[in-house]
Design a protein around this ligand. Structure first.
Ligand SMILES: [Zn+2]
Length: 344
């Protein structure tokens, strides 16, 4: 079968689409015939070797997918052969103290599809049966196959960690990425007032159409001054950060006294300075967040389904063109999720 694999870490050239052996389902696993998969920043990090992925001889990238169950392993009662499912890409052991508490994303051996085991950029993939959820019927293949990782990340950040409330204000940096757009959808669902930034007027205009209340081009104007002006010097309740080093000082400058800063990613770098005086004087709460628990995933999926939320899809590439897809993500031009069409 065809798959997008790496044999070593490095730049785009290490990414190959080649024939590899078809997977067989282990106990508790199912085989998915992948229809559509989704690209995440994680795939770039794994390819580059940060964080260090456990490279198999040929490591298949990809965390998100929608697919049809084509075989089931020993002991699997659900899902059944022929069902269409989406994946929760979070892998956990199921028996450590954190898993037993239902906090799977702090599992001592937490992993992610495409990082700690073979991923979804393949015609078939073996996955734990417990990670399969019924495909939301209103979504296209491209939407269903790309939203899970970004949406569960944004859900946990805003709902579980920052506990965003109706009427609160939230600042989302760099609108256009999957997690930032999911955060915009969820913040509006809650009834929050949303501030978004970008260096692209086009992305800001599209974010406005999706419900963003305030938009700012950070290349032309100062974000901290803008927030101070718009909130009469108060600051926002929550800063949502999937950007990292470039925006971290802004988080501290833009949240109100007693505000919350929640971070899930570092696309601009992982080393940043913090003004500790601001931290204690303004009594800030800093929240780290990674993907989500099984309960976060269930809640997120219900929210998407019940409210008929449509994940934003940027472009669709065939599996053979996965390199072009990755190149687009690396340039940061995308608005929404980049989909990989694997089969019809
Ligand atoms: Zn565990």
């Amino acid at each position: 079968m065809k798959a997008a694999v790496i044999h070593e870490h490095g730049d785009l050239d290490v990414l190959r689409v080649e024939d590899i052996e078809e997977p067989r389902p282990g106990p508790g696993e199912v085989i998915l015939k992948v229809l559509c998969a989704g690209l995440n920043h994680l795939d770039l990090w794994v390819r580059k070797g940060r964080p260090r992925a456990q490279l198999q001889t040929s490591h298949v990238l990809g965390s998100d997918a929608v697919g049809t169950v084509s075989a089931v392993g020993e002991g699997v009662e659900s899902p059944k052969v022929g069902e269409q499912v989406i994946l929760n890409p979070a892998l956990s052991c199921g028996h450590c103290e954190f898993c037993l508490r239902g906090e799977q994303s702090t599992c001592v051996s937490f992993g992610i599809m495409g990082l700690s085991r073979s991923g979804t950029f393949a015609e078939q993939v073996a996955v734990p049966a417990g990670n399969c959820y019924p495909r939301p019927s209103l979504l296209s293949d491209e939407e269903a196959g790309t939203f899970a990782l970004a949406h569960v990340t944004a859900w946990r950040m805003l709902m579980t960690r920052a506990q965003l409330k109706p009427g609160e204000t939230v600042l989302i940096h760099g609108i256009g990425g999957g997690a930032a757009l999911a955060a915009l959808q969820f913040a509006k669902l809650v009834g929050a007032e949303v501030f978004v930034t970008s260096s692209s007027d086009d992305k800001l205009s599209r974010a406005g159409k999706l419900g963003a209340d305030h938009t700012l081009n950070y290349e032309r104007e100062n974000v901290a001054e803008w927030i101070a002006h718009e909130t009469s010097g108060r600051g926002v309740d929550v800063a949502f950060d999937a950007v990292g080093a470039a925006t971290w000082p802004l988080d501290f400058a833009c949240v109100r006294k007693g505000g919350r800063v929640v971070l899930c990613g570092v696309t601009t770098g992982s080393k940043a300075e913090s003004d500790l005086r601001t931290l204690y004087w303004n009594q800030l709460t800093i929240l780290g967040s990674t993907m989500g628990s099984a309960e976060d995933f269930r809640q997120m999926l219900r929210a998407v389904t019940v409210n008929q939320l449509k994940p934003v899809v940027d472009r669709v590439y065939r599996l053979a063109r996965v390199r072009d897809a990755m190149e687009r993500m690396e340039t940061g031009k995308q608005f929404g999720k980049i989909a990989i069409r694997v089969s019809q």
